[in-house]
Design a protein around this ligand. Structure first.
Ligand SMILES: NC(=O)c1ccc[n+]([C@@H]2O[C@H](COP(=O)([O-])OP(=O)(O)OC[C@H]3O[C@@H](n4cnc5c(N)ncnc54)[C@H](O)[C@@H]3O)[C@@H](O)[C@H]2O)c1
Length: 358
């Protein structure tokens, strides 16, 4: 399967489960080019043989970073650049990001900066990276002041998805990535809303056809949004459905012990509840949303976060504009709207109600 992210001369293909091997694909699309690859210690261990084979077929330079969000830093990024410079690679080099969202984000940012920008390829190995972070060109590292604060928009030239990588992914990471798939049910149109309602159990059971279709549909939705609004001046903000509550939760836990997708599961519960309270969901659609809400996973949290603490952490989130909170709220099934000026009291009540079930 091949999808295209349409961005005029920067358009690129997303290949899903194509029969060709990665070296074949790279040699076909980038003939005569040199390659370098970034991965992390976990993936290097799991896929050691494959990497050795790629190295010999592509003569690639490899750089392995430690595993973990805590290494998504300028120091790690700088280490990648050192390797590329020490190998005397030039601007024709194609950099390959082989891993989850952390590897993808930091490698993309290295590609954006090396010799003022080189081509790169995303080879995502987590569900989250397949359906979300590998497509769209947002690259970044974290800073002690916050996540993803230093980065660049730099689109990949190619995304190569092989769903076989999911067989080694820990279940918790799979469920976390599934949150982003589920999210597309709120913004990707009625068909995606119904697809989620009908295929939820199959996806949880790792039914290959349902998982592949979920990935395909998710990328098609993200590609369409990014094609329309690359730099998040409008529609791309819809991709943040569930993220205002979700980020508040991640912050409350100091980004420890709760995965991003786990926070987004709770965030989506918050967004539905707020949509019901604000009346953005019409009464005739309430039952559809209640059905979807019943399917939401609510991962275990170490403690019940107090509504006030969550509310306070929302106000230091970068999605706050002129002191007002912006929320992406559900409207008709499969569609959401951006609501500014949501009353403080309504947000507090929503937080109290949603997290009372922890
Ligand atoms: N650029 C974007 O648009 C965008 C969007 C969403 C998230 N992100 C970023 O993505 C990151 C999260 O990505 P993630 O959830 O993929 O986390 P991750 O990259 O940390 O991967 C999760 C864990 O799974 C392991 N892993 C990866 N692939 C595996 C496989 N096939 N088998 C076994 N283990 C495997 C990793 O080593 C890691 O321990 C965050 O830094 C977030 O900011 C970026």
């Amino acid at each position: 399967m091949v999808l295209t992210v349409s961005l005029a001369e920067r358009s690129y293909p997303v290949l899903i489960d194509e029969a060709e091997s990665l070296p074949q694909t790279l040699q076909r699309i980038f003939p005569g080019r040199r390659f370098a690859l970034v991965t992390n210690t976990t993936i290097a261990g799991l896929y050691a043989e494959r990497l050795t084979e790629w190295e010999s077929r592509l003569q690639l330079t490899r750089h392995t970073i430690p595993d973990g969000e805590e290494y998504k830093t300028l120091a790690t990024w700088s280490g990648i650049l050192d390797t590329l410079l020490n190998a005397r690679l030039d601007r024709s080099t194609v950099l390959i990001a082989f891993g989850g969202g952390v590897v993808g984000d930091i490698t993309g940012f290295a590609a954006a900066a090396f010799l003022r920008g080189i081509d790169y390829v995303q080879v995502p190995t987590t569900l989250l990276a397949m359906v979300d972070s590998s497509v769209g060109g947002k690259t970044a590292v974290d800073h002690p002041m916050g996540k993803n604060l230093i980065g660049a928009f730099h689109q990949p030239r190619l995304v190569v998805i092989d769903t076989n990588y999911l067989t080694t992914l820990p279940e918790r990471e799979f469920l976390s990535g599934y949150a982003e798939v589920f999210k597309y049910g709120f913004i990707g149109g009625r068909e995606m809303f119904d697809f989620i309602l009908q295929n939820h159990e199959k996806i949880l059971a790792h039914d290959p056809r349902a998982v592949i279709e979920a990935i395909h549909r998710s990328i098609a939705i993200k590609a369409a949004v990014v094609g329309e609004d690359e730099r998040e001046s409008g529609k791309r903000a819809l991709l943040n459905f569930g993220h205002t509550f979700g980020h508040a939760l991640e912050k409350f836990f100091g980004f420890q012990g709760v995965l991003h997708g786990e926070a987004i599961w709770w965030g989506m519960a918050g967004a539905i509840e707020l949509g019901l309270q604000m009346g953005t969901i019409a009464p005739q659609d309430a039952s559809s949303y209640t059905a979807l809400s019943r399917l939401l996973l609510r991962p275990t949290l170490a403690t019940r976060p107090p509504a006030d603490a969550l509310y306070d952490s929302m106000f230091s989130d970068k999605k706050v504009h002129a002191g007002k909170l912006r929320f992406v709220l559900p409207s008709v099934p499969g569609e959401s709207i951006i609501a500014a000026d949501v009353p403080v009291e309504t947000v507090r009540q929503t937080l109290q109600k949603v997290f009372a079930t922890v």
